[in-house]
Design a protein around this ligand. Sequence first.
Ligand code: FES
Ligand code: FE
Length: 402
Amino acid sequence: DDTSRQAPPPGVVSGLFTEDWRVHGSIYSSPEIFRLEQERIFRRCWLYVGHESELPEPGDYKTTFAGTQPVIVTRGSDDGVIRVLLNRCRHRGASVCHDEAGTANFFRCPYHGWTYYNSGGLRGVPYDDAYTRLDRDRLGLTALPRTETYAGFIFTIFAEEGPSLVEYLGNAAPYLDLAAQAGPEGIQLSANSHKIGYDGNWKLQLENTQDGYHFAFVHRSYLAVLSDRAGTPPPVVPNLMANWRTADLGGGHSLGEDTTAAEVTARGLIGGLPFNVVVFPSLAIIGAQVRHVLPKAVDRTEVRLYPMMLKGADNAVNAAILRNHEEFNGPAGAGTTDDMEIAFFRTADGKAATEKDWVVMSRGLDTEKPGENGIVYGHALDELPHRAFYRQWRRLMEEEES
Ligand code: FES
Ligand code: FE
């Protein structure tokens, strides 16, 4: 009986999925699987690290993570080129930049004072008279081999070879274009981020982002507030989302979209874009927000939420977007707190029981509808986005074992 199987043997990823889309719980709990994910997914996929608006001028930088790897995203003082550098001193490994964002021509390591240009090169070593064999040219901060932007979104990759960013984005690219065009002069992440952390696996956040199924349950009190305000009876959620559908865009990317939405406009964005898109493995654009998921450990995740500010829009419009963001996502908000409680904490509680350690992701499996360009469509509440994600996850994780 495969339903009673516990963790798979170390290094073996096959056997985690059944044909009827039961998925083995060890994908959320096995340290070995987490380690393999870093190797097989985060070192081989294009990873979102930021938006051009976060570093508009030469010398600007931000710190973040590419998978678990601490990085500095910089715009070179001399050449304006965006680079992604590992935030690790080449001397004895301290992180050289602690601030989340700023402007600096150099980064000086706080441990012994080695100093680097913001393009990575080693500029100076204090008290260097006792070094006879220090090859300074080879001791710059490590730059990731490829960094590209698409529609202002900055991605980086550890692999030297392989698809370009636009090839990698595939069917998800048009949605980044749409998001980028939301404001009269584009978008900017100038409001910075707020962060949430939870004791649970990183994939839970990506699943929940495209999970129409939970809305009626987890967000019942939020819906009650809305209907109370409007003086209308609480909506029935399947009707609320009747115009929405989900899609497997291929490559692990997924979509939820309002099929009746007019164009994305500044006014429309106050209430959110008429679509949510997940770019495999760790970026989501949802509502009026860029959501960056940072895996920390198999059972620890940080999520950075960036409200999308509209460039060239009235302050009142951007203020409304921020208030909306706070109302749903803020620490005292009505939405994200409930997602944390139920989708993360309660699933961690439940999954502590490992006797039948499988989850079921089959809603809408038999009603998936093939469309153009290899896109597959489903109902708004289907677990199609989840399957989209894990089809790619599985491909990458199993490839090296075949
Ligand atoms: Fe950075 Fe020593 S660890 S200077
Ligand atoms: Fe939710």
